[in-house]
Design a protein around this ligand. Structure first.
Ligand code: 5GP
Ligand code: MG
Length: 177
């Protein structure tokens, strides 16, 4: 077990099964159209790379953008900055699937969807590995969800706390003292 009092929430095996199941659903939905994956940096990198390797549907492009909420620590704030070098030509007329690590307040969903929506995709859906519905501040609908979890701050499998713990192979949380 990792140090620092981290407690296991989702094991490697559970992550593998969930990623396979999500890939099956996505394959079913995009079999005839193919899709463009847009990974939300940085937390979704490991999830995206595992998902990409499970997908059978044709992935026309892999793109990245960065979404960061102003503020620091473990609380996300309402305003989200999107930084991206995604070309409009990569999105226009394509079926686009955003891949993110955690659905929390929902502000990232709104910002990223607005940003990519302005580029004229044929369709736009949102996939998140984890969902913390108790924390939602805006009414948004995620299309694909791996796990619904309680309101813990989680790390591992790409997710950080102040840039640490991304390399842990499973998902952990800090129990409330
Ligand atoms: P929101 O839905 O609040 O706009 O933001 C979701 C983003 O906040 C996630 O993509 C992630 O970057 C960050 N976030 C929210 N909850 C957690 C958490 O428990 N752990 C980590 N590492 N990041 C989180
Ligand atoms: Mg994020």
């Amino acid at each position: 077990m990792p140090a620092d009092g981290l407690t296991l929430l989702i094991s490697q095996g559970e992550l593998r099964s969930a990623v396979s199941e999500l890939a099956r659903q996505i394959d079913r939905d995009y079999a005839s159209t193919g899709l463009v994956l847009v990974c939300v940096l940085k937390g979704a990198t490991i999830f995206t790379s595992d998902l990409l390797r499970e997908l059978q549907a044709s992935v026309h492009r892999l793109e990245f953008l960065r979404a960061s909420s102003y503020g620091s620590g473990t609380e996300s704030s309402g305003s989200v900055r999107v930084e991206s070098s995604v070309a409009e030509g990569a999105i226009a007329g394509r079926h686009v699937l955003i891949v993110d690590d955690i659905a929390d307040t929902g502000h990232t969903f709104v910002a990223v969807t607005k940003f990519l929506g302005a580029m004229g995709p044929a369709s736009l859906r949102y996939c998140t590995l984890l969902d913390k519905p108790d924390r939602r501040e805006v009414d948004v609908q995620y299309d694909y969800v791996g796990f619904t979890i309680p309101n813990h701050f989680v790390v591992g499998y790409g997710m950080d706390m102040d840039e640490r713990y991304r390399g842990l192979p499973a998902v952990y949380y800090f129990p409330n003292p």
